[in-house]
Design a protein around this ligand. Structure first.
Ligand code: GLN
Length: 478
């Protein structure tokens, strides 16, 4: 049987080609690991184990047998026989999708999201769907309607969020790789908390068709992997123009960038801000020294608007979310609750179907978009978005990367921030700027604090994922 704790996509593909093990054996090993470590079958609250998965697909072994046939026929696809997990907000034909919400209870996807279709076409085996904060709103995977996910490094801690199930699955070797979505940090923050690689691509590089939307101008799908090389393999499969998503871009869109010269910019004032844990500061200094020893030039970069990114995000994101979530009316999808009349049906369905955090954001979003406050809030946020974007794009004429910690603290205790939404929102301080400006950004493991993983975040200019892969591999010694 394969030793999955040591496998990467790259090494697994080699071993499958050389027939060291079959896709069937590999898949079975992951299914056994899930059974052992992920807890009892989904039952909502109070499960023992990690609870990364909301559902493990009964047809996983069948998919593996098909992959073995293709391998025997000499087919060579980039993910052939590779077991992956998918965040529960990406549609998979014939499978349930809930986005972690009761309001989508019982909903079955009528088609494949483009990202999932691309994985299938590349030969991947889809193991199941992973837990997430409800509608991807959160930084801890505690707002899921289907129970919390725990950090595999310490079951009393959160795995981060909103893609906490996917991050935990990869960290605990319950899948070789996973997909998540990142609107304000939901791939990078849980990647840091769980000690894996997480990439948010340039806005428009990966199709959002079939992704249940949070905030459409910020959402991007991306991979969780154990190595940067694996993130690159998945990114190459996922990227590309898609007729089903008019915001997707091609390779050429940002082709004429600056030449790569190993220059890292540090927004020092931002990194030295309030609320940054001592362990994070120390780890960040060590990471900087490591980049210096690898021959990178470190420069201070003045970014005077970036401190407004989080406030800007918490106006634009709920505004778009309130509009996107209007479709969940108890008529078209999933959960329905009867009232006296149609209007009451809506109130009953949405009042009971949506959780607290989702209702809070709908109220916030409709408020900032209301005619009396539109200019003051939403209009101002759009202006600030333009300023932040312009300032960052200007910076990337001189530097190749911005380096910050991924998170201000290591993973926190389950329940520690659930009563204080503002404290929870601060977990995104370093991740949201990349979403506001559409930039590619990747969290890579940078060491441990008392056995808890920490991460650093590299952000590059538009379309420059290639630079992220070079620097990430050099940093991790791949
Ligand atoms: N934690 C952030 C939020 O709650 C980011 C979510 C995300 O990226 N999906 O909005």
């Amino acid at each position: 049987m394969p030793n999955i704790s040591k496998l990467s996509i790259k090494s697994a593909r080699n071993a499958l080609e050389k027939k060291e093990f079959s896709a069937h054996d590999l898949t079975q090993t992951y299914l056994d690991a899930i059974r052992e470590k992920d807890g009892d079958p989904p039952s909502g609250q109070g499960r023992a184990g990690i609870h990364a998965f909301l559902e493990v697909f009964g047809d996983a072994s069948e998919q593996a047998e098909l992959a073995d046939k293709k391998i025997a026929n000499g087919e060579n696809l980039p993910l052939l026989g590779i077991p992956v997990a998918i965040k529960d907000n990406m549609l998979m034909d014939g499978k349930r999708a809930t986005a972690g919400s009761k309001i989508l209870e019982g909903f079955v996807s009528p088609y494949d999201s483009t990202a999932v279709k691309k994985l299938k076409d590349a030969g991947a085996i889809i193991l199941g769907r992973t837990n997430m904060d409800e509608f991807a709103m959160g930084s801890s995977t505690e707002s899921s309607a289907y129970g919390v996910t725990k950090n595999p490094h310490d079951l009393s801690l959160v795995p981060g969020g909103s893609s906490g199930g996917s991050a935990a699955a990869v960290a605990a070797n319950l899948a070789l790789a996973a997909l998540g979505s990142d609107t304000g940090g939901s791939i990078r923050q849980p990647a840091a908390f769980c000690g894996v690689v997480g990439l948010k691509p340039t806005y428009g590089r990966v199709s959002r068709s079939g992704l249940i939307a949070l905030a459409s101008s910020l959402d991007q799908i991306g991979p969780f992997t154990k190595t940067v090389g694996d993130a690159e393999i998945l990114y190459d499969v996922l990227k590309g123009r898609d007729a089903l998503d008019s915001t997707t871009i091609t390779e050429e869109t940002y082709a004429s960038g600056k030449k790569f010269s190993r220059v890292i910019g540090i927004p020092q004032a931002f990194v030295d801000g309030e609320g940054i844990d001592e362990s994070i500061r120390n780890n960040f200094k060590e990471a900087l020294d490591k980049f210096k020893s690898l021959g990178y030039e470190i420069k201070d970069v003045e970014l005077s608007h970036i401190k407004y990114a989080l406030a800007t995000y918490y106006i634009i994101m709920p505004a778009e979310a309130s509009s996107n979530l209007a479709r969940f009316d108890g008529v078209k999808y999933g959960f329905h609750k009867d009232g006296k009349d149609v209007i009451e049906d809506y109130f009953q369905t949405r009042g009971e179907g949506f959780g607290r955090e989702v209702r809070r954001r709908i109220i916030l979003g409709t408020y900032v978009l209301s005619s009396g406050y539109y200019d003051e809030y939403y209009g101002s946020a759009l202006k600030m978005k333009a300023l932040i974007t312009a300032e960052l794009n200007r910076a990337f004429e001189e530097i190749d990367f911005i380096l910050t910690p991924t998170t201000p603290t290591p993973a926190f205790k389950l329940g520690e921030k659930t009563a204080d939404p503002l404290a929870m929102y601060l977990a995104d301080i370093f991740t949201v700027p990349a979403n506001i400006a559409g930039l590619p950004s990747m969290s890579i493991p940078s060491g441990f604090d008392h056995a808890l993983p920490l991460g650093i975040e590299l952000t590059a200019g538009l379309g420059r994922e290639d630079n992220l892969f070079v620097a990430g591999k050099e940093f991790l010694g791949e």
